[in-house]
Design a protein around this ligand. Sequence first.
Ligand code: SAH
Length: 256
Amino acid sequence: MPHEPGKVRLVGAGPGAADLLTVRALRAIEDAQALLYDALIADEVIALAPAACLKIQTGKRAGRPSLEQATINRLMLRLARRGLNVVRLKGGDPSIFGRVGEEAAFLHVHGIDTEVVPGVTAASAAAAQFGFPLTHRGEARRLLIATATTKAGALIDAGWAQAADAQTTVALYMGRDRLEAALAQLMAHGRSAATPALAVENAGRREARVLAGTVGDLGEVVTTAGLDGPVVLIVGEVTAQAAAAVAAPPILKAQA
Ligand code: SAH
């Protein structure tokens, strides 16, 4: 008799530290028979899957190339059709720049049951770790989660005006290598050069680093520092509340 197809869970792994997983995410990982994970997933999270679980890395890591989205889709489908409990593990929250819509739609078309398990997104992890809020009464009434770059790596060329409002906190993802250009766009659209801003590398992890500056000078600080981990840029008055924690010298190790 053919198997009942398995379920695919699209699971947010949070920013890296295993204790920032939700309990639901942890249970899904512990029950996984096949685990497909992105490059940003920390080893301590992958280690929570059973030894017998088939583990497939789908993103660029340690020199290995990343799989095409179509290949990942086909793999999930094939594994689910074998009757396996599949976990597709993504960094942060799968609904934020995690292609969850594309993957869920593909699985749905093929009749596979899916479930999305949310996770702690990078901006939330950064705020918690470095002691500032993302919204603040009278100061930051909006949070704009945006990406700086297109699929091909070019700087996004539209939509910056929304980020110029002084009461908007901007969390910019996928912008590490284009930070100076992104900040220049913000200024060109009227965001004050004096607005405090932070670049947080490896947010939520023990090795997190934060670089503090302003919209006017943070780009150069980041370029000089040569960050190579994932970086989320947070722009807005709220980031000044982190100032005490990130006073000079500008690069401080996070408290574990
Ligand atoms: N779904 C993820 C985002 C995936 S896009 C989330 O919700 O966090 C990948 C981008 O996310 C990176 O380029 C970086 O900008 C950001 N990012 C992911 N993890 C991060 C971390 N631990 N610290 C800082 N930025 C991170």
